[in-house]
Unconditional design. Structure first.
Length: 93
């Protein structure tokens, strides 16, 4: 009398492994679509008081004075969603 095997056959196991790899690849490729742009910060020079806006620290000699912001001019606060992602205007018939 033979022993009954319970579980996936080698062919089915390979198909499940392939399907899992495809799903993981799709998730990995879709992850950049969920990313948000980096915030901008206003920085001031300790030597002459000049200010400018950037996403990364400019280095020694600069202090962070305001932020986060959504735009390069450091005008829109970071909590405001980007306008380009807003719903399009509705047309009236």
């Amino acid at each position: 009398m033979g022993v009954a095997r319970v579980g996936a056959t080698p062919g089915r196991r390979q198909a499940l492994t392939s399907a899992l790899l495809v799903m993981l690849a799709e998730l990995w490729l879709a992850s950049p679509a969920l990313a948000e742009p980096a915030a901008y910060w206003r920085w001031r020079s300790v030597t002459d008081g000049q200010e400018f806006c950037t996403q990364t620290p400019p280095g020694p000699g600069w202090t962070q004075v305001a932020g986060p912001f959504r735009d390069l001019q450091c005008r829109e606060p970071g909590s405001v969603p980007l306008r380009r992602w807003a719903a399009p205007p509705q047309r009236t018939p």
